[in-house]
Design a protein around this ligand. Structure first.
Ligand SMILES: N[C@@H](CCC(=O)N[C@@H](CS)C(=O)NCC(=O)O)C(=O)O
Length: 207
């Protein structure tokens, strides 16, 4: 029996972030998977299972449900090596996580979603794809520049900021059509991250 239940979308990077940290921390959890446009997700909306109407949502032992991937990462990482205690380091780590949501996800994940999900394909006009390609490459260039001086996004050690940014960057080439070869520091960081003990792949879903 486990205290944690994760409502998550198997194909989504936001849900992947939480599955990744739960694995790094060795925390057992019950996984409730819901894909786009499935009866399970429709039911979750009808019954208001998801506080902000989105996945991932983490349910704690007392029934509290936490939404927002990066907020869940912060909750789980509290008191562990994944969240810096020094206020400046912590603020820098959080800054990258806010940037992930307001700059990175909206370009890199959105372009991949337009190409991958059937229901979004009608929105994938050549103009929109070109605009997102350019914007995504700019975001990757920012990461590449930062990673020329740091091994990890938050600085000297892996943190929740790395988990947050890894989720959609690792598949930016394969799903989003971005040219990662232009960004060698990003590629080296992806390899470093994937070599961490207990790293899980996107499709490694608990039974
Ligand atoms: N900012 C949120 C985004 C959550 C989000 O948009 N989740 C999508 C999957 S990536 C979802 O739940 N879609 C299902 C729906 O909207 O019905 C987070 O980081 O958790």
């Amino acid at each position: 029996m486990t205290d944690l239940t994760l409502y998550s979308m198997p194909s989504s990077g936001n849900s992947y972030k939480v599955r990744m940290l739960l694995s790094f921390l060795g925390l057992p959890y019950r996984h409730v998977g819901m894909e786009y446009e499935t009866p399970e997700l429709a039911k979750a909306h009808e019954t208001s299972t998801l506080p902000l109407g989105k996945l991932p949502t983490l349910e704690l032992a007392d029934g509290t449900r936490l939404p927002e991937s990066n907020a869940i990462l912060c909750y789980l990482a509290e008191g562990t090596d994944w969240m810096p205690t020094d206020p400046i380091q912590r603020a820098k780590t959080l800054a990258w996580m806010f940037w992930e949501q307001n700059q990175h996800e909206g370009t890199i994940a959105v372009r991949a979603a337009l190409l991958v999900y059937e229901s979004r394909k009608h929105l994938a006009t050549p103009e929109r794809l070109a605009e997102l390609l350019d914007a995504g490459h700019q975001r990757l260039a920012q990461m590449n520049s930062h990673l020329s001086e740091h091994d990890w996004i938050g600085g000297g050690a892996p943190s929740v900021a790395d988990i947050s940014l890894y989720a959609y960057t690792h598949s930016a080439g394969t799903k989003g059509g971005f040219d990662l070869d232009q960004f060698p520091n990003v590629l080296a960081w992806l390899d470093r991250f994937a070599a961490l003990p207990n790293h899980v792949a996107l499709d490694e879903i608990p039974a």
